[in-house]
Design a protein around this ligand. Structure first.
Ligand SMILES: [Zn+2]
Length: 132
């Protein structure tokens, strides 16, 4: 995965965050082989139309037929805080399971790992639609 400083594909509109995000597909089980996708914020002058790096990476993978994921690493240049995914990205990730390991990083290279279930407890997912 590229560092936030290496990935400068965001548009210059508004946000000061450059966030590469990647996933790895699960191996075996009839799924495709492990791979990594990267994304960046895709911003828009109409702020609400922008898409976060996490969702960009997921959508890139989905568009190429990869639907099983096991991890995502998120990086930014936002200083001394760990970068975390926004609520919309957490919910999009949830669509593909709760077992993700999410690596939250700082520019100095330190990181912590959280599961998606820790970041989005008591979540609503596609299996809940079948309960009705
Ligand atoms: Zn987001």
């Amino acid at each position: 995965m590229h560092s936030a400083g290496e990935l400068h594909r965001t548009s210059p509109v508004g946000s000061r965050h450059r966030i590469p995000a990647g996933e790895e597909g699960k191996e075996g089980g009839g799924g495709k082989t492990a791979r990594r996708e990267e994304g960046c914020n895709v911003e828009n002058a109409c702020y609400s139309l922008g898409v976060c790096a996490e969702r960009t990476a997921i959508q890139k993978a989905i568009s190429e037929g990869h639907t099983r994921f096991r991890a995502m690493a998120i990086a930014s240049d936002m200083g001394t805080d760990f970068i975390v995914p926004c609520g919309a990205c957490r919910q999009v990730m949830r669509e593909f399971g709760k077992d993700w390991d999410v690596y939250l990083t700082k520019p100095d290279g330190t990181y912590i790992v959280k599961t998606l279930d820790e970041l989005l407890p008591l979540s609503f997912g596609p299996e809940d639609l079948k309960k009705v």
